[in-house]
Design a protein around this ligand. Structure first.
Ligand SMILES: *[C@@H]1O[C@H](CO)[C@@H](O)[C@H](O)[C@H]1NC(C)=O
Ligand SMILES: *[C@@H]1O[C@H](CO)[C@@H](O)[C@H](O)[C@H]1NC(C)=O
Ligand SMILES: *[C@@H]1O[C@H](CO)[C@@H](O)[C@H](O)[C@H]1NC(C)=O
Length: 384
């Protein structure tokens, strides 16, 4: 998902999938190699009706990534329409989400080299559908952040994978949803060149990761906003100009920021950063460290600068000094910067909004934190 996956180890594929639904002959041949077939799991929810897939079609998506733990109990369920489980499967979460009419979807990640083989695609998709069924889930979010060049066999195979995944899920699980994660701009960001229109047509919608926008910095190596307003919005115009229907786009916002160590920090708050190349660019946000909003909120009041606002990027930031005496600059998003982007979602009639990730807020119940957390959820709502 976020740039986190570029630097942090990816989560291991969830274990325990049962035999893929392949042809009986093949099944027989593979029989000795397969894990024992799971007995049809019984519904873990108190009310068995909650194991039914969600069929409603919300007018507006609020697409939430969850990375594990139990903070989900404090999310604003009056807004959520889909939760993508990027942590461990949690049946309690599934039952609860269903009781709120929200879909719960799998994480889909696969090696691009493998999917060139159509047989591999078929069996991978069968496994995902099977996993979703045994866990009473409502679809899959495909998150592939590997390099793709155009033209290449991977480029076409990826479009085919999305189409075949959508066809299978829609056929096998009523009301199910298949979505695909794309970078903040359709201009081959991080050397991920996709058939954007082909993929958008092939699935329910795209989750646009409007963050990590400094992953490839071609100009000056200075700290800058994770999701500068103008750059973010211009990229949606680019998607729409390519022919994508705005109803195929969900805007993904960051609930985390970047903490950079400044090599130099000028009086007017220009922070120069170390040159850390990424996929061809001389510097990148990999020079910084991702920090969740809850940590930022704990630190900002004791910072050197207090909250500053950059009018060009329409983003908050602050400077602080660490215990070793080094200056840092932290760029993040808050209700003010999020509301500005939210207004665009409304004006252009996008499919919805979402964030990486819902766990980033402080759900401890502490009075100040509670208020700040509520304001972040509030910022997702349309303004009249
Ligand atoms: C994108 O995918 C669509 C649907 O498969 C296909 O018709 C189109 O030719 C593809 N575009 C490119 C540039 O490959
Ligand atoms: C916003 O970005 C576009 C494209 O990069 C640029 O042409 C335009 O001047 C920018 N507008 C502002 C106000 O910075
Ligand atoms: C930080 O300062 C703001 C504004 O003065 C205040 O509302 C907030 O409670 C403070 N946060 C913490 C964690 O003390």
């Amino acid at each position: 998902m976020s740039g986190a996956s570029r630097r942090l180890p990816r989560l291991l594929a969830r274990p325990g999938s049962s035999a893929p639904g392949i042809a009986p002959l093949l099944l027989l041949l593979l029989w000795p190699l397969l894990p024992p077939l799971r007995a049809a799991a019984s519904c873990p929810c108190q009310d068995p009706a909650l194991c039914q897939p969600i069929r409603n079609r919300p007018n507006f998506e609020v697409f939430v990534f969850d990375v594990g733990g139990k903070t989900w109990k404090s999310y604003d369920w009056s807004q959520i329409t889909t939760v993508a489980l990027f942590g461990k499967y949690d049946s309690e979460l599934m039952c609860y989400a269903h009781s709120k009419g929200a879909r719960v979807v799998l994480k889909g990640d696969v090696s691009l080299k493998d999917i060139i083989n159509p047989h591999f695609r078929t069996s991978w998709i069968a496994q995902q559908v099977n996993l979703a069924k045994t866990q009473y889930m409502d679809g899959i979010n495909i998150d592939i952040e590997q390099e793709v060049t155009c033209p290449s066999p991977e480029y076409d195979a990826l479009t085919a994978l999305v189409k075949e995944t959508t066809d299978s899920f829609h056929r096998e699980i009523e009301g199910s949803q298949v979505t695909f994660d794309v970078a903040w701009s359709p201009k081959c960001i991080d050397r991920r060149c996709y058939n954007y229109t082909g993929i958008a047509d092939a699935c329910d919608f795209l989750f646009v990761m409007s963050y990590d926008e400094q992953s490839q910095v071609w100009s000056e190596c200075i700290a800058a906003a994770n999701a500068p307003y103008n750059q973010t919005i211009t990229a949606y115009d680019d998607y729409i100009k390519m022919g994508l229907n705005p109803k195929k786009l969900v805007m993904g916002l960051p609930w985390y920021g970047y903490d950079y160590i400044c090599l130099t920090l000028s009086k007017d708050h220009v922070c120069t950063i170390a040159k850390v190349p990424f996929r061809g660019a001389p510097c990148s946000d990999a020079a910084g460290r991702q920090v969740p909003y809850k940590i930022i909120m704990k630190q900002v009041n004791s910072s050197l600068s207090g909250i500053l606002w950059d009018e060009n990027q329409k983003s908050p930031y602050y400077n602080y000094k660490d215990s070793a005496g080094r200056f840092h600059q932290v760029w993040y998003d808050n209700p003010k910067s999020i509301s500005l982007k939210r207004a665009y979602v409304q004006t252009w009639g996008l499919r919805g909004i979402g964030m990486w990730n819902a766990n980033c807020l402080d759900y401890s119940g502490d009075a100040v934190a509670k208020q700040q957390t509520e304001e972040m959820w509030e910022a997702l709502k349309p303004k009249l």
